[in-house]
Design a binder for this molecule. Structure first.
Ligand SMILES: O=C(CO)[C@@H](O)[C@H](O)COP(=O)(O)O
Ligand SMILES: [Fe+2]
Length: 217
């Protein structure tokens, strides 16, 4: 895992021209498309569901990295597979049976991730870490784009990287999400993150190619 993965979050795209915005960030060097699904329950905001994911699928060949900020996420899995999702990340805080939920994602042939809110300790992953493809460390409280990075998350990223190394799990991605920009990207990669989600920084930049290459470097 050498190259840092850049995943623009379409929460900050223009929803009236979502397909074109997704095509545009692919052309400008993005690696994954990060798709935030919110239910208005687990988080106060409400976005969209599988039909919108399916509608943008034909605009890009990039992997769809779906971040589910919903309660009982299992109910969406089959529709997300049909819509063309490649990776599904659920919140540990939203799953009563996290191990079973992770197995369900993998059972459908997708990559499985677990996200942790800023207050959630890494220890909730102790008995599931070996079954994951990705851990998403939230660097803001989930629900909205454009919030400020919580710097206390740097020690959490570092501790996770150390634990993954200790277990020999060098292929597990550490993704970060929230407040990632030209300043914070260096801090999180230094701490051990290798996949960076960025919404407002990329979609709000007048030169998206430069925004993506800046985050990657
Ligand atoms: O999951 C979320 C927010 O809950 C994100 O993926 C946001 O879309 C990140 O936005 P920025 O902080 O990069 O503007
Ligand atoms: Fe997200």
């Amino acid at each position: 895992m050498n190259k840092t993965i850049i995943a623009p979050s379409i929460l900050s795209a223009d929803f009236a021209r979502l397909g074109e915005d997704v095509r545009d960030v692919e052309a400008r060097g993005a690696d994954w498309i990060h798709i935030d699904i919110m239910d208005g329950q687990f988080v106060p905001n409400l976005t969209f569901g599988p039909p919108v994911v399916a509608a943008v699928r034909s605009y890009t060949k990039l992997p769809f990295d779906v971040h589910l900020m919903v309660n009982t996420p299992e109910r969406l899995f089959e529709d997300l597979v049909k819509a063309g999702a490649d990776r599904i990340t659920v919140h540990a805080e939203a799953c009563t049976h996290l191990h079973r939920t992770v197995q369900a994602i993998r059972g459908l042939g997708l990559k499985a991730g677990v996200a942790l809110n800023p207050h959630t300790p890494l220890s909730v992953l102790d008995y599931v870490l070996d079954d994951l493809d990705l851990v998403l460390i939230m660097t803001v409280n989930p629900g909205f784009g454009g919030q400020s990075f919580i710097s206390a998350m740097l020690s959490k990223i570092k501790a996770l990287r150390e634990e993954l190394n200790r277990r020999g799990l060098t292929d597990v991605h550490i993704e970060v999400d929230g407040g990632i920009n030209a300043e914070t990207a260096g801090l999180v990669t230094e701490a051990g993150a290798n996949a960076l989600v960025a919404g407002s920084y990329i979609f709000g930049h007048k030169d998206r190619s430069l925004a993506i290459s800046t985050l990657r470097s």
